[in-house]
Design a protein around this ligand. Structure first.
Ligand code: HEM
Length: 89
């Protein structure tokens, strides 16, 4: 499936990462903070709302598609200002 991210970048051009590689970017083990959403990985390191990888009881370093749809008071447009850095394998 070809998805266009918020900044119109084609996700097919992005590198693939495994769940284990994404898990290393949970805000605890490394400085980078990444979140998976619908198979696309976004870099939210610059966000003050994701400091240390935690965001309202949710943890970075994993795919949070279901959590956003179920729990969040906002839509996926919150990702628009962040760069997609990869795809989840
Ligand atoms: C209990 C669940 C959640 C609550 C209460 C919550 C709350 C919020 C609030 C208040 C904001 C800032 C205002 C806004 O943009 O609407 C925000 C931003 C954001 N949320 Fe959530 N959220 C939740 C779940 C999630 C989940 C599961 C994800 C990831 C899939 C997520 C990703 C984001 C992102 C990327 C931002 C933008 C951060 C920024 O602009 O610096 N949120 N959230």
């Amino acid at each position: 499936m070809i998805l266009a991210t918020g900044n119109s970048q084609l996700t097919t051009e992005l590198p693939e990462y495994t769940r284990a590689q994404l898990a290393l970017r949970n805000g605890q083990d490394r400085d980078e903070i990444w979140v998976g959403y619908q198979g696309v990985i976004y870099d939210v390191t610059s966000s003050r709302l994701w400091r240390r990888g935690n965001h309202y009881e949710h943890w970075a370093g994993q795919d949070l598609t279901r959590e956003l749809q179920k729990d969040a008071p906002h839509t996926e447009h919150v990702f628009d200002k962040f760069h997609a850095v990869g795809r989840l394998k």
